[in-house]
Write a protein that binds this ligand. Structure first.
Ligand code: HEM
Ligand code: HEM
Length: 189
């Protein structure tokens, strides 16, 4: 017998990836808001980079998983505008989840200090910079470093706004519309 749309959920893999990516992104946004200033300690920036690069890997897995497992149909009872807004917001979230950390990694790869500051994920796994800027002089690297920081910065704050909208939408469906919204993105049968 086909399952009622109210009982449908995302797969356990999609749920695990959703929450791991969410924790990584929210931690990095929070750290940027409360810790980063003109004298941010190096270990705090290194942790930010390690989490961000881990997020890139998880987002790649998430997109590949999504291709094979599209997930449940939208909740029944949504108004047409709510369904359109939520589908568009999810697409934009996928796009920004990839652009934000990739722009951060590119920004870091263009840093003229990169050759003397190796990237070591969580202080354990040696990692590489994108091999795109090695042939440039310091002025060329500075130019790209600055421009890519602007992309990283603006896309991050756009992502933060969209995540706030996403959380507000989920809370509305769960608490005001009394739909089983959170259960869809959690483990269980
Ligand atoms: C950085 C943080 C977050 C990002 C980037 C994010 C991203 C996404 C994306 C892209 C989807 C669509 C999944 C798909 O169709 O494959 C989704 C679904 C969902 N998210 Fe988030 N999310 C985040 C945080 C949260 C938080 C904090 C909550 C809870 C308050 C939440 C609750 C949900 C729920 C309930 C769904 C299922 C929506 C449905 O019924 O289809 N998310 N999320
Ligand atoms: C989860 C993904 C990420 C998020 C949400 C994120 C978010 C942010 C935000 C909001 C800022 C502060 C922007 C501002 O000052 O207005 C920032 C700064 C920065 N990010 Fe990211 N980032 C992520 C991934 C990365 C990655 C992968 C790298 C590099 C490998 C990176 C490197 C940096 C650097 C070097 C700064 C400047 C830190 C400073 O000097 O104060 N980020 N990031």
């Amino acid at each position: 017998m086909p399952q009622s749309p109210l009982a449908q959920r995302y797969t356990a893999v999609a749920v695990a990836l959703h929450w791991l990516v969410a924790v990584g992104i929210i931690y990095n946004l929070f750290e940027a808001l409360v810790v980063f200033d003109d004298n941010t300690p190096r270990p705090a920036i290194d942790l930010h980079k390690s989490i961000g690069i881990t997020v890139i890997g998880l987002v790649v897995l998430r997109i590949l998983w999504k291709i094979g497992h599209p997930g449940p149909k939208p909740l029944p009872g949504l108004k047409v505008w709510e369904r359109k807004l939520s589908v568009s917001a999810h697409h934009l979230l996928y796009l920004l989840m990839a652009i934000v950390p990739l722009a951060g990694w590119l920004h870091d790869s263009a840093w003229k200090g990169a050759p003397t500051h190796p990237l070591v994920l969580f202080g354990v796994i040696p990692w590489f910079r994108m091999p795109l800027f090695g042939g440039l002089n310091d002025a060329g690297k500075d130019w790209w470093h600055e421009k890519l920081f602007a992309v990283h910065q603006y896309s991050s704050w756009l992502l933060a706004g969209l995540v706030a909208l996403h959380i507000a939408g989920a809370l509305k469906h769960q608490l005001l519309d009394h739909q089983p919204q959170f259960r869809r993105m959690w483990f269980g049968k």
